[in-house]
Design a protein around this ligand. Sequence first.
Ligand SMILES: Cc1cc2nc3c(=O)[nH]c(=O)nc-3n(C[C@H](O)[C@H](O)[C@H](O)COP(=O)(O)OP(=O)(O)OC[C@H]3O[C@@H](n4cnc5c(N)ncnc54)[C@H](O)[C@@H]3O)c2cc1C
Length: 457
Amino acid sequence: MTSRIYNQSMYKFGTPESSLWEASQGARIPHSIKLIGDHSADVAIIGGGYTGLSAAYHLAKDFNVKSSVIEAGHIGWGASGRNGGFCSVGGTAEDNQTLIKKYGLDDVKKYYQSQIDAIELVRSIILDEKIDIKIQGNAEIEVARSSRDFDRLVSYANFRKKSLGLNTSIIPEDRFKEEYFDSTEQYGAISIEPTFGIHPLRFVNGLADAASNRGVNLYSNSEVVSWEKTNNGHLLSTNKGSITAKYVIFATNGFMPEHLLPNFNARSLPIISSIITTRPLKVDELNSHNWKTEDPIINSRKLVNYFRMLPDNRFLFGGRGSSSGNEQGALKNYCYLESVMKKIWPNWRNVDIEYKWHGFVCFTKRLTPSIGRLDDDPSVFFGFGYHGNGVNTSTWTGYQLAKWIGKINVRSEYPEELPNLVRGLSPKFPFSLFRRYYLQAMINFYRFKDNFDFFSK
Ligand SMILES: Cc1cc2nc3c(=O)[nH]c(=O)nc-3n(C[C@H](O)[C@H](O)[C@H](O)COP(=O)(O)OP(=O)(O)OC[C@H]3O[C@@H](n4cnc5c(N)ncnc54)[C@H](O)[C@@H]3O)c2cc1C
C-alpha cells in the first residue's frame, strides 16, 4: 500500500493529463513498450521525465551504456510533459544571501554558472537532435506589480549582476509598456539572460526518441511497485515484469514513490502548480494590451504567476495549484487563476480558457536541488527538488548523473562539477504526513499578502 500525501487523482498514471501540450505534440512514432517478463540492465532508471531521459540519453551517447527507463505513465507523463516550458535560471527557492552565508560566494557562483550551462544544454540537445520545437524569447522577465516591488527588483538585479555575474538588466515602466505589454500590474521589470520558452512535451518526445535511437529501452505504463536488493543487484518489479540492475537512478521528482525505499521518505515536498491557456488571441486582442514579447515572464506576487505568449498566440498563465489535488479543489483553483489573469489583463475578460491542467513541482527542506548517491548504497543515484525550475535543471542533472556513472571506475566521489549546495539528500521534513497542511497555511498567508500588498502599493 502506498502512502501518498496528496489525493489519489494526482497519481492516475494510466490517464494522460488533458493539457494543451498533449493536444499539440504532433504525430508520434511509438518508442516505448510495457515492461513484461524479467530483464536485466547495467543501469535502471525509475522515472521517464527529463531527469531520467537525459541520464539515459547521455549514458548511451557519451559512454555507450545502454540503460532501461521505467515509467509509470506514458513517457513524459509527469511534470516534464506538463510544465510551462520556461527554460530559465532558478532551481532553488532559497534567497541568494542565505545561500552565500551557507555555502560561500564561490559555490553559489558555480551553481548559477551551472544553471546557465543547463539552459545551453537544453538548447544544444534541441538543435543537435533536430527536435521540432520553436525556441521563443531570449530573457526571463520579472515584472513588478507595484513601485515598491520595482525598487526591490532593481536592487536584486544589481546584486545578481555584480556579485553573481549574471546577465541582468532593468526595464523602466515606460519602456516596458512600449516593448513588452501593458496591464493593471506593471511598474517596470528586470530581465535575466539567457532564457527561452519551449513546448515541454515535444522536448520529452525528442529526448526519448534520441535515447531510443541509441539503444535505450523505454518502458511505459510500468509502475515500479517494489524495489529489493538481491545478490544480483537491485530488483525492480512492476505488476507484469522486473528489471535487475547494477545501478539505479531514482528520477521521480514530485511524483516520488517514497515508499519504495526508506532513504527517500520525507525528503521532498511536492507542491501542485497549475496552468490555464486561452484560445489563440486575435491581433486586436493582443493590441489591446500592447502585447509585443515572446519572452517568458514571471510577476512579483508572493504566489508567483508565470506566463508566456505561445507561437499560436494562445496565452499561457500559471501559478500555485490546489492544496489537496482532488478534482473539486483543482477546479476551484483554475477559476481563481483565471480571475487573477483577467484582473491583470481586463481586456481579455471574455476570452475563453481552453485548457487547464496541473502537476507537481518538488521542494526540499534545504530549498536547493538534491543530487547524489546514497551513502549507505553507492549504487543508487538520485536527482530531484528543482523548485519549479526543472526544464534546464533536471536535464542538466540527468547529464551529471550519466557522467558520474559513465566514469564510475575512475571516479567514485562527488564530481567536481556539482556545486556543494546541490549535493546529497536534503534533511527530512519533520511531521512528514502533515507536509501539505503547513504548506497550505503558508499559501493562505501569501494569498492574503498578495491582496493586501496590492491595495497598499
Ligand atoms: C504545472 C507545472 C509547471 C512547471 N513549469 C515549469 C517551467 O516553466 N520551467 C521549468 O523549468 N520547470 C517547470 N516545472 C517543473 C518541471 O516540469 C520539473 O522540475 C521537471 O519536469 C522534473 O523532471 P523530472 O524528470 O525530474 O520529473 P517528472 O517529469 O515529474 O518525471 C518523474 C516521473 O516519475 C514517474 N514515476 C513516479 N513513480 C513511479 C514509479 N513507481 N515507477 C515508475 N515511474 C514512476 C512519474 O510518472 C513521472 O513521469 C513545472 C512543473 C509543473 C507541474
